[in-house]
Write a protein that binds this ligand. Sequence first.
Ligand code: NAP
Length: 204
Amino acid sequence: MNHVSKIGIMGGTFDPIHYGHLVSAEGARDEVGLDQVIFVPTGRPPHKSNYNITNSQDRYLMTVLATASNHYFHASSMEVDRPGFSYTIDTVQSVVEMYPGAQIYFITGADAVLDILTWKSVEQLLSLCYIIAVTRPSYQLDKLWDRLGHILHCPKRRIISMEVPALAISSTDIRRRVREGMTIKYLLPEPVEDYIAKHKLYKQ
Ligand code: NAP
């Protein structure tokens, strides 16, 4: 029997990428048996026009540094390079074209998945890939199923949840720590920590 390849797409703003993201991707890879995980930092998020996010090149380069040591991980600049807003449907369609016949798993934070009904071409998206919603400890999963189970005619089985204790780490907290002069050691890979210091990110 032919092996059907399973490709994970790890989507996020990654501002900055941290161990919670890496542990989530590795956990999903192990649990689902993914052949590889492609980390795709968002270029221009459609839902964050008022939020001052870090330059996409910096976020992409930090993602490259963070994923370099894992044989199964790759970083892609496809959203960073694509003009206009970054829509997940476009990313998933590109990966489907790159890997015909593969099963695609889009991995991201459960809070982002909560809003999936507002995403572009959501029904088509759910027909092309599985969604892995990773949650922080003590996340109330009912929230997710209440919202997605009723409103959408989407079979629940295409959305999988996965609790990741390491997601107690958050990008928001890391940005705050840098701003307040606190240590971020052991919250993210050292090369990313060095990149943040060298480029004076998150100082204000
Ligand atoms: P977000 O609002 O910045 O994050 C929501 C929550 O999820 C945060 O707590 C965040 O924690 C966590 N999170 C985000 N990405 C994660 C990941 N890969 N693994 C674990 N936790 C994660 O969400 P976002 O980063 O902007 O969007 C997430 C993904 O959804 C992106 O790929 C984005 O392009 C996609 N999206 C698509 C559309 C659309 O197609 N219309 C709309 C919205 C979002 P941290 O801050 O610690 O990461």
